[in-house]
Design a protein around this ligand. Structure first.
Ligand code: SF4
Length: 116
């Protein structure tokens, strides 16, 4: 079974891991060094492959079209999704000022967060 080094991205720690693949799909995620006290992987990382191929995995932007909690969504394009997010963030800045937004970076992962 082919193996490769990778970064687990199931959370923002980004642990270095070894992955086994089959047919281009990750089938197993395991610690690079599995010795007790050195294993760099948690159970969320171990079970990540079950989410990669899950039939309910979101693979494209969705916009809620019904009341919150109704589970009604419509597929939208990336440009539409990003324009919508930019518009909402601009409303936060307009209402609360630019200090209401911050960007954080952990191990190269970047996110924009709004504090309102
Ligand atoms: S192995 Fe666990 S702690 Fe490490 S990045 Fe993956 S989910 Fe996060």
């Amino acid at each position: 079974m082919p193996e490769a080094r990778a970064l687990c991205s199931s959370c923002d720690i980004y642990c270095q891991v070894t992955v086994e693949t089959e047919g281009g799909q990750v089938t197993r995620v395991k610690a690079i060094d599995p010795r007790p006290g050195r294993a760099n992987i948690c159970m969320k990382g171990v079970h990540a492959p079950s989410g990669f191929a899950h039939p309910d995995r979101v693979l494209h932007p969705l916009r809620r079209k019904g009341p919150r909690g109704s589970g009604e969504w419509e597929r939208v394009g990336w440009d539409t999704a990003l324009d919508d997010i930019a518009e909402r963030l601009q409303r936060v800045v307009d209402r609360y000022g630019p200090e209401s937004l911050t960007r954080n970076s952990i191990n190269g992962y970047k996110a924009l967060r709004a504090f309102v």
